[in-house]
Ligand binder design. Sequence first.
Ligand code: HEC
Length: 190
Amino acid sequence: MNKIYVCFSLVFVLAAFSYYLRAEEPKNTSELKAEAKEIVAVFAGNLKPKLKKAIQDGGFEHAVNICSVEAPKIAKNLSAKTGWSVKRVNLKPRNINSATPDEFEREVLRQFNERQIKGESPPAISYAEIVGDKFRFMKAQGVEGLCLNCHGTSIQPDVKKLILEHYPDDAATGYSLGEIRGAFSLIKSL
Ligand code: HEC
């Protein structure tokens, strides 16, 4: 009799525990998503004012120099501070060392482009998935008027020349307003 009782208790405890684990998962995912969104906001909130100030101080050429130094620095600092891998990736990368997408990122970027074409606004487009033992999060970055000066179809020759000096393989031009320029890509080991 006692044995049956112990057995029942054990089954009950195991069932309750597995239910608890399953109930926990969505909460963890949404917490991770919120954390990732916060990191993206810090990244963008650091970079954009620096870009704008550089343009005001010394025009687009100066801003290219600033961006080529500051953008990688911000990504590196944020990665070190948060324990997440923090990058910006793109199907047509400028900085091929940091922005070339892996297979997962390539597929998500393709889907982002489709979602934008179907009418979603770039700032609202993001995607999260647990892949193996990693939580991955990506958030689209749309093309605004300001961006066209260095990523558009008619870039001033001096600016273009300077960009090519820094990035001889630059593919990140030819964009139009409202398109998706690329995405923040964050990875956290679980
Ligand atoms: C003054 C020129 C300039 C302007 C304006 C500018 N960018 Fe860039 N952009 C750059 C440079 C230079 C890099 C390469 C930075 C690096 O080495 O990480 C870059 C890189 C990027 C990247 C990283 C991926 C890649 O291809 O290397 C994204 C995403 C991006 N820019 C989006 C934007 C968006 C969105 C805007 C408008 C809000 C914008 N940029 C405005 C010069 C500019």
